[in-house]
Write a protein that binds this ligand. Structure first.
Ligand SMILES: [Zn+2]
Length: 300
């Protein structure tokens, strides 16, 4: 009997490897990371996304169906920088999946490979939703993405070494297309330079910095805190002294505060897709930026 067992185990092992290498099971916290994995892995990964584009990624519930997906994941790809601090640690714990625990190869946080801005000098939770690590919405400076893509490729190669060359080729192709797209976006967006804007939440800081726009005022009194009528009245007063051309909000945010400011201060309210699927036009990482720039140029 023993003589039979070994070859059977060997064959089963080969089959298991073949199956697991056919598609790496990836769980992305937000749609943009699911899209990046698809760019870099192609058919070598089967991607599932934890949040929908209509959800506020700061606030998600770790539902049983999501925990079940986390249990099966070979790789977890998230923003990091505390964006998911309210739900990701629970999801990792409840999954019981050793592969995706913090520090393991199956755990990847993009923010570890990006340079973050707006790091608070002092950490005081009374200041609102401030993140010790800095502003986590770095995706909106597209120049941050190549370093993240390189690190993610290295991780895919580590977990799935058999397809290492496949990932390297896809990374090179992605970086080439992304670099060309950045040049195109910067040319299109040139007229936006110096444009003063108001923002609902500090989630456009990187975009504003990249395109050389200027933030006049935030609608939120503190990050993550809904603006009160009294605070919005202050915002309008501020805009009378220092006018802005647009008030920007993300598609997952209530349109009411920015529309209220639009009516009172005559500043155009502009909704921008916050991730892939945040507008009908934003179908992948490239069309996400195409659409954001189109909307900014129209709103200007
Ligand atoms: Zn935020």
């Amino acid at each position: 009997m023993k003589r039979l067992t070994l070859p059977v185990m060997f064959v089963a092992g080969l089959l298991w490897n073949a199956v697991s290498h056919a598609a790496l099971n990836v769980l992305a916290c937000e749609p943009e990371w699911g899209a990046l994995v698809m760019e870099l892995a192609g058919d070598k990964a089967s991607v599932s996304v934890a949040t929908t584009p209509r959800q506020d990624p700061h606030r998600i519930e770790a539902r049983p169906s999501l925990i079940a997906r986390a249990r099966r994941a070979d790789l977890l790809v998230c923003t990091g920088a505390e964006l998911e601090i309210g739900w990701l640690p629970l999801l990792q714990r409840e999954s019981g999946n050793a592969k995706i625990q913090t520090g393991r190869p199956g755990w990847f946080e993009a923010a570890d490979y990006a340079e973050l801005i707006e790091k608070p000098d002092t950490l005081d939770r009374a200041m609102g939703d401030v993140h010790a690590a800095g502003n986590p919405h770095f995706l909106f400076d597209p120049r941050t993405l190549p370093a993240v893509a390189e690190a993610l490729t290295a991780r895919l190669q580590k977990i799935d070494a058999a397809n290492s060359a496949h990932y390297a080729a896809r990374l090179a192709d992605f970086k080439q297309r992304w670099g060309a797209a950045i040049t195109r976006w910067e040319q299109r967006a040139a007229p936006l330079k110096g444009t003063p804007v108001a923002v609902h939440h500090k989630n456009w800081s990187y975009l504003i910095l990249w395109l050389g726009m200027e933030t006049v005022v935030d609608l939120e009194p503190k990050p993550g805190v809904d603006p009160s009528a009294a605070h919005l009245a202050e915002v309008v007063k501020r805009l009378e002294q220092t006018p802005a051309r647009m008030v920007l909000r993300a598609n997952y945010q209530s349109p009411r505060p920015s529309q209220w400011v639009e009516q009172r201060a005559g500043v155009k309210a502009v909704e921008l897709p916050f991730t892939i699927g945040g507008s009908d036009q934003a179908k992948n990482l490239f069309s996400l930026f195409d659409d954001i720039i189109t909307r900014l140029l129209e709103g200007r």
